[in-house]
Write a protein that binds this ligand. Structure first.
Ligand code: ZN
Length: 148
């Protein structure tokens, strides 16, 4: 299975998000070392604040397969968030111990200035792969938001 296959799956999930004027629509898929999907999630899947990565990780608890897993997220994991009672997705990914993060586009400054999700993950030894050729598709369901 290629990175693009799983990112396309994440993009399909992002299309399922209830639309919001104040948050991005994002899809995420967690794939184990054996190439089998462990869980997936999307923005606002279970409540109006839940992020895609968070929703997927919530389904796995402390599953030991996370240590070898890759998370595919259409958008860069957040490094800060408005809901202070919930950790940013970057922190969730680090504490879950995932090996690799694959994203399609970097978070613009629409809602949070200067997202440093990619930098923080790399600092902690997580491999981050970007698929910029899928960025336009991954952004397509967010066109109602200011993406500059
Ligand atoms: Zn997040």
């Amino acid at each position: 299975m290629t990175h693009r296959f799983w990112m396309r799956h994440a993009i399909e999930l992002a299309r399922l998000c209830p639309r919001s004027p104040t948050a991005f629509s994002v899809g995420a898929v967690v794939v184990g070392a054996d190439g089998v999907e462990l869980a997936h999630g999307f923005s606002r899947e279970s409540d109006e604040k839940v992020h895609a990565e968070e929703s997927a990780l919530n389904k796995l608890g402390d599953d030991p397969r996370l240590a070898q897993a890759t998370i595919y997220s259409t958008l860069e994991p957040c490094s800060r968030r408005a809901t202070a009672t919930r950790p940013p997705c970057t922190d969730r990914i680090l504490s879950a111990g995932l090996a690799r993060v694959v994203i399609a586009w970097r978070e613009p400054a629409t809602f949070v200035e200067n997202c440093v999700g990619v930098e923080k993950l790399r600092e902690h030894g997580v491999e981050v792969i970007e698929l910029p050729d899928l960025a336009a598709e991954a952004m397509s369901m967010n066109r109602h938001l200011d993406l500059s």
